[in-house]
Design a protein around this ligand. Structure first.
Ligand SMILES: NC(=O)c1ccc[n+]([C@@H]2O[C@H](COP(=O)([O-])OP(=O)(O)OC[C@H]3O[C@@H](n4cnc5c(N)ncnc54)[C@H](O)[C@@H]3O)[C@@H](O)[C@H]2O)c1
Length: 251
């Protein structure tokens, strides 16, 4: 019960990694407000529709959580979209803005509201969901990857700006995980009969599960990581630990 009495907001909570975070937090005793862009069923004490790209909607939701819980200890800014898969020549400005609005500005809105609440209390933990795609290329489309690199920098810069407040800000960088966002990849592989090829580029040779990412999020949100701040932690089976190699060969 690491989160007994802790007050938590999770965004992107209707599906995948966010949903797994809510389940794990509830199991560990947290009081949770679960948010997603449309209404959805949740076991959380509070839930509701909140488009994170809408600053006013985010502010209202955070106020609702503060009114109900009396404070905020943890924010999991997890909502994200994959966006356009178009290649360099075919990307439009709108393709970029669709992704940046949610993944970067939406994460910023949550981080801003969370840090305002937490500063007044003298501390708290903010965990943003970035991606291995934000660490280097090769793991996602162009606007998505750039947006996740921006999330990592947002986390680093915010951690510095919140110096002396007791508010910690970190990111998880998941590798490939089966969720609403990636379901098509998994379904296409299953249809072709080569599901076993998924995740073969990482040393664990499998995709991750949402609950495995949630475990890392909970660690970063808990007092167990009390000296961990401004970091982006890959949770990717080891994918990002190496340059590309042919197994058994070193050159
Ligand atoms: N699945 C992966 O392989 C993977 C890898 C790296 C990072 N991520 C990141 O993990 C996070 C969670 O994604 P997931 O994989 O669980 O996918 P998902 O699609 O299952 O869940 C994302 C949730 O975010 C919600 N959302 C989207 N736009 C929103 C908005 N404007 N306001 C509020 N909610 C919004 C969606 O409705 C959805 O419920 C995302 O930030 C994603 O980029 C996923």
């Amino acid at each position: 019960m690491r989160f007994e009495g802790k007050r938590v907001i999770v965004t992107g909570a209707a599906s995948g990694i966010g949903q797994a975070c809510v389940s794990a937090l509830l199991r560990e005793g947290a009081r949770v407000m679960a948010l997603d862009r449309a209404e959805f069923e949740s076991d959380a004490q509070l839930s509701g529709a909140c488009d994170v790209s809408d600053a006013h909607a985010v502010q209202l939701s955070f106020q609702r959580a503060l009114d109900a819980f009396g404070g905020l200890d943890v924010c999991v800014a997890n909502a994200g979209v994959l966006g356009s898969l178009a290649l360099l020549d075919d990307l439009s400005t709108e393709d970029w803005l669709d992704v940046l609005r949610v993944n970067v500005v939406g994460t910023f809105h949550c981080l801003q509201q969370a840090s305002i609440c937490m500063r007044k209390q003298g501390g708290g933990a903010i965990v943003c969901t970035a991606s291995v795609a934000g660490l280097r290329s090769g793991a996602g489309p162009i606007p998505y990857s750039a947006s996740k690199a921006a999330v990592i920098n947002l986390v680093q810069t915010a951690a510095q700006q919140l110096a002396g407040t007791g508010v910690r800000v970190n990111a998880v960088c998941p590798g490939l995980v089966e969720t609403g966002m990636t379901r098509m990849v998994f379904e296409m592989a299953r249809a072709r009969g080569n599901e076993d090829k998924i995740g073969q580029l990482n040393p664990l040779r499998r995709a991750g599960r949402p609950d495995e990412i949630a475990e890392a999020v909970l660690f970063l949100a808990s007092d167990a990581s009390s000296y961990l701040n401004g970091q982006a932690i890959p949770v990717d089976g080891g994918l990002s630990s190496s340059l590309p190699v042919v197994p058994g060969r070193f050159m």
